[in-house]
Each structure stands twice: as C-alpha cells, then as structure tokens.
Design a protein. Structure first.
Length: 428
C-alpha cells in the first residue's frame, strides 16, 4: 500500500537521510558490533579472521577481544599456543576473574601439574639452542642459561648466573630504598593472594613486600631473635635430642610434618622466650599446609569466591595472627610505641601489628617452611637410598657432628629452599 510504503521509506532513512537506505541486517540494533554479537560465534569468527567489515568491536562485545586473540594469535599452525605474541595477547585479554597474568600461571603450574623440575623449567632442552643449560664437552662443565627471557610469564627476565645474581642482590637494598624497584606478596617466584592477610596491614602480605621504613622497624628484631651463637646452637641440639627421645614420640619420624612441628616450637621460643605457646602445633602445621597451597591456587579465582570457599584456613590464620598481636603488644609494645607515633609503619594499623605479622611470616613461611624443607632434604641425603642417582650424592655418608654446617650448607645449595628472589622494575 502506498501509505505504508512511504512510511517505511521514511522510517528506514540512512545516516545521510536517504529514504530506505538503512540496511535491514538485524532487528536488534543498527550497530554492526551489536548485530555481530546477536548473530553468535560464527560472525565472531568471520570478523576475527578479517572477513567482516573493518569495525572495532572489542570494547563492545564481552569476550570478543579474547576470542579474536585466540583465533588470530594462538591458533596458528604449527605453533599452537606457543608464541610470545599469543601469550602476551592472552595476558591482555583473558580477564576471567583471576588475579595474575595467564602466561605466568601457565609457566608456574607446569611444575606441580606435570612434575617438571625447576632446572628443566628455566633451562630445558628447548633452551639449549639459544644458550640453555647444557654440558660443554670441550670444557667438561655445564654452561649457558645465564638469563631466561619471558619466564615465568611474558615480560619477566630470570637471571641464573651467580655473579650477576650476586651483583643485583647487592644493589637491591639501595634501589628498593630509592623506589627504583618494588616488591609485592612474593614467596620466591610464587605470588600469594593478599586476601589471606589482615586488612590492617598495608601493604597486605609477607614482610618481604613491606616498605623500606617498615623493614627498618622490623629487621633489628629479626636480627636479634634469629642470630644463633654457640649457646643457641647447643640449646637447639639439646632440644632436638629431647624432642626425638620424648616418650610421646612414635618410633618413626614423619618428614616433613614432625620436623615442621619442632621448628615451629623453636622459632616461637626464640621470639617469645617467656611465654607459653597459645597455638597448637598440630593445628598450626595442618593450617600451614593449607595456607601455602591455597594462597597460591586462589589466584586463579575472584576474591569473593576465595573468601567463600577458603574461609576456614583464612579464619585460622587470622586467629593465629591475633594471638601473636597480643603477645607482641605485651612484650614489645612499649618499645614500638615511638615508631608508631613517628609513622614509620606507614598505613599499617601500628608497628605492633607490623611486627606481629613478621612473626606470623616467620612461623608460616620464611622460617617455618624453608627450614624444615632444608632439614628434610639433608636427612634424605643421609638416610635415603640414593644409589639410583649414581655418584651425585655420597653413599653411607657419616655426618661430622662437631661441624655439621658444611654438609648442611652444601645440601641447601643443591636443594635450594627458595627458587628465586624476584622484584619489579615497573610496579604492576
């Protein structure tokens, strides 16, 4: 009918005013990106492959940028999901609620998931062609792998050469104080989830990520507590003998659980020598195992889901922290009052809370985790059957009980309790 026809032409004017010039491609919208989104994944694929109109839809369609990244950068034969460009693209577009870049998580998860060793991870066979760790028959030595680029994660540089690492570590203190580098909530190469730490700590996390002024307050206490002279060494030997000889001890020792309990009790006595320990050792070790794992795995999840799913271990950790706050205030509060008034602990609630958190870190992580690990690997060398490793480890080695440190230090050198010591030159 002419009337309806004229009305339709008038209604369907294009942007230049031409009657009937508007294209009827979708009833949803006049916008190309909206029409593609309504059409489904087929049109997404058409556009990602460059066969659609030259339109920028990444900011309008949820997940479109990730879809385009996967189809355009990662599904490229024969280098499926293996190029730096692919993982950099995924880091920029794969925002699925996780706390960390996907390239970092991919690199770090290969160790617990596939069982790959650290040497192979940082300096594996794929790196040999570019100077990776390899045996040089001409020199009879292992060489190469001085640095590893884009590992773990795109944009990272790992330094393995001893001389370079020593130099960078010596420079780190002044660079940190000057604000040239930044550290976060990292345990070795593991970046832990800050939601496990109380909000009254700023920044939330282990002491290794505290500010220079916070370090200046806390570090002198750590030096006093954990500097072990001859008297301290004798006390530890006696404690270890008494602990193993106790009537309540079973015939067999559980590695690492029993070692962790003993280390936990000894570390606590060094910090609070006149106080009884309010934290049960069995409860502590059980929660320590949970927190170490969950504070890492939870980085794959949004924080609200972490707080719902892992409330038990988080609440237990907070309970242990509050008990340490009470003891720290009782024994060290007066000494810390001046530092708190001077603002040396920054935005943390007080220097008492900052020091109590450092004690928590010592018990749960820095000392309570790495020391039992080092003791356990040393015991493995002494008592396990190492014959399948050839001459790598000494057979029937007898420990020099008058001077055990050389053996212990060599064991820690070989089985490093901490994989690396990272920092950021650009704050994330």
């Amino acid at each position: 009918h002419p009337v309806f026809w004229n009305e339709w032409l008038e209604h369907m004017k294009d942007k230049n005013g031409a009657p009937g010039g508007k294209m009827m491609q979708s009833y949803n919208s006049n916008d190309w990106c909206d029409r593609m989104d309504a059409a489904g994944w087929v049109m997404d694929l058409v556009d990602a492959l460059g066969m659609g109109p030259d339109k920028d839809c990444e900011s309008k369609i949820p997940g479109y940028a990730l879809f385009k990244c996967v189809t355009g950068q990662c599904l490229t034969w024969p280098n499926l999901f293996s190029t730096e460009e692919c993982w950099q693209c995924l880091d920029e577009t794969a925002n699925l609620g996780q706390q960390l870049p996907v390239s970092y998580m991919k690199d770090m998860l290969q160790f617990p998931v596939t069982g790959k060793g650290y040497t192979e991870g940082w300096c594996g066979e794929e790196d040999v062609a570019t100077g990776g760790w390899h045996f040089d028959a001409s020199t009879g030595k292992y060489e190469g792998c001085a640095t590893t680029e884009n590992f773990p994660g795109v944009g990272s540089t790992s330094v393995q050469l001893w001389e370079t690492a020593k130099q960078k570590m010596q420079e780190m203190v002044s660079r940190f104080a000057e604000g040239e580098i930044w550290r976060g909530n990292e345990l070795g190469f593991i970046i832990s989830n800050e939601v496990f730490w109380p909000e009254e700590l700023q920044p939330r996390g282990v002491l290794l990520g505290a500010s220079p002024s916070q370090h200046a307050v806390v570090r002198p206490y750590l030096d006093v507590w954990f500097t072990c002279d001859a008297e301290c060494a004798a006390d530890l030997k006696e404690s270890a003998r008494d602990w193993q000889a106790a009537e309540t001890r079973p015939e067999k020792m559980s590695i690492q659980a029993d070692v962790k309990k003993w280390v936990f009790q000894e570390l606590f006595k060094r910090v609070f020598p006149f106080a009884s320990n309010p934290i049960d050792a069995d409860e502590f070790v059980a929660n320590q195992n949970s927190v170490v794992s969950l504070s890492t795995i939870s980085q794959l999840l949004p924080d609200d889901l972490t707080l719902r799913k892992f409330r038990g271990p988080i609440d237990t950790l907070r309970s242990h922290y509050q008990k340490l706050v009470h003891l720290t205030r009782k024994y060290y509060g007066e000494d810390l009052a001046g530092a708190t008034r001077a603002g040396k602990c920054g935005r943390s609630r007080s220097c008492v809370h900052q020091l109590a958190s450092a004690v928590l870190d010592t018990l749960y992580f820095a000392g309570g985790l790495s020391v039992p690990s080092a003791i356990s690997t040393g015991m493995w060398v002494l008592y396990a059957d190492t014959s399948k490793y050839g001459d790598t480890f000494p057979h029937d080695h007898r420990l020099d009980r008058q001077d055990p440190l050389p053996f212990f230090y060599e064991s820690m050198r070989f089985f490093a309790p901490v994989v690396g010591f990272p920092w950021w030159e650009q704050k994330p």
